[in-house]
Design a protein around this ligand. Structure first.
Ligand SMILES: Cc1ncc(C[n+]2csc(CCOP(=O)(O)OP(=O)(O)O)c2C)c(N)n1
Length: 378
């Protein structure tokens, strides 16, 4: 394993000081290091999605003639394909970028089902994109050697070049300035309070990561109505759009979406589609801890976002911001009775429970149970 300090030192010596991207747990310690050590020699911009990150690194290159680093989970490579091919590719503007890609779902390794396909096709996809890459070994002399190769490539070809990372590359990094907020509710409490006080005939859609895992544990601890949830274990940012379309096609039932702030920001345009189509049975609940908690608690941009006014400006019909149990309980009555689209923004604290269970059956089995449930509702 390599320490984050040593890794960054090598990058800095080679003039890599600009970072942007969306975090992945594969390099959660490096992310902590970046958040902790912002300076004139280290700029880190938390992007809203991987497509934007490529654009930010491109703007950096245009303005400085230097090469930026974009970090991402391999799931984000799919999102980045368009700017990689139509902006940075040597056949278009020829913009050099060093990609750091976390390899989830590597064939032969145990990982969650949503990573299986992308894990299998990560290297072939890089081949198809004609992006040279190396699966980096956690050894400082190897890193130095591979960085020299990347620099040579940038000098000659000017285009994206990728370092692929397996888990366990970086040593633990203890943060000096921990990302904390002053809110008191936790994801577990919020899900419990809302679910215990709904009618149990609602259709629930949940965000990738800890939110789905908390909802799953809640269902396990109660009457195990897993078929009433669509556990959106992958496709970060898509829960609200899945819920919107279900709401439009099942107008007699309330659809409740448990979203994260990082996910809501990743696909913020979805607010406008929700507002435009305006289903009265749609309830968007954002559990806002101002962090990507599921990948290690790295900050999102949400501390500067007024979701309530974004929703209002997008034509949501009722909005509320809550921070306390008391206010949350009051808002549940409205969730059940007011006309939507509704936004409930719940400010929560960063409180990871990494021992959380994951849905145990295959995604297809959950989907089939969920579709039978929706079908029986009519
Ligand atoms: C396109 C894409 N990029 C990155 C990830 C990795 N990832 C999984 S969960 C997560 C954080 C989600 O943050 P948020 O929506 O705020 O929910 P929280 O984890 O705080 O509950 C990230 C970055 C992903 N799944 N998909």
């Amino acid at each position: 394993m390599i320490s984050c300090e040593n890794f960054f030192e090598i990058l800095k010596i080679n003039n890599f000081t600009f970072f942007t991207g969306i975090p992945d747990s594969t390099f959660k310690d490096l992310m902590k290091f970046l958040a902790d050590n912002e300076s004139k020699d280290l700029r880190n911009i938390v992007a809203c999605n991987e497509c934007e990150a490529i654009a930010l690194a491109s703007g950096y290159h245009l303005a400085t003639n230097r090469v930026g680093i974009v970090y991402m989970q391999n799931s984000g490579l799919g999102k980045a394909v368009n700017p990689l091919t139509s902006l940075c590719d040597p056949d278009v503007y020829s913009i050099p970028i060093l990609l750091m890609i976390g390899w989830r779902g590597e064939p032969g390794k145990i990982d969650a089902p949503q990573h299986k396909k992308m894990g299998k096709i990560t290297l072939p996809l890089l081949d198809t994109l004609q992006i040279p890459y190396i699966v980096l070994e956690p050894d400082l002399s190897v890193v130095k050697k591979e960085l020299t190769k990347a620099l040579n490539y940038f000098n000659k070809n000017k285009g994206p070049y990728a370092f692929v990372f397996r888990r366990g590359f970086f040593k633990d990094y203890e943060m000096r300035f921990k990302q904390l907020n002053n809110y008191s509710l936790t994801t577990k409490e919020v899900i419990q309070l809302i679910m215990d006080n709904l009618n149990n005939d609602e259709i629930i859609v949940s965000n990738t990561g800890y939110i789905t895992r908390e909802l799953y544990e809640y269902r396990e601890s109660r009457n195990k109505d897993h078929h009433k949830s669509f556990y959106n274990i992958g496709s970060m940012g898509c829960a609200s759009s899945i819920g919107l379309s279900i709401a439009l096609h099942k107008p007699k039932n309330r659809v409740i979406v448990f979203d994260g702030d990082g996910a809501a920001i990743m696909q913020m345009g979805a607010f406008t589609t929700i507002g435009k189509n305006s289903p009265s049975n749609f309830v968007h609940i954002i559990l806002d801890n101002e962090a990507h908690e599921s990948t290690g608690g790295q900050p999102t941009n949400s501390s500067n976002v007024d979701f309530v006014n974004v929703a209002l400006a997008s034509n949501y019909k009722w909005v509320v911001r809550v921070e306390t149990t008391e206010d949350l309980l009051k808002s549940i009555d409205k969730i059940k009775n007011r006309k939507g689209p509704i936004l409930v923004l719940i400010k929560i604290k960063i409180y990871s429970r990494s021992e959380l269970k994951r849905p145990s059956k295959s995604p297809k089995e959950y989907k089939e149970g969920f579709m039978r449930y929706l079908n029986d509702l009519d």
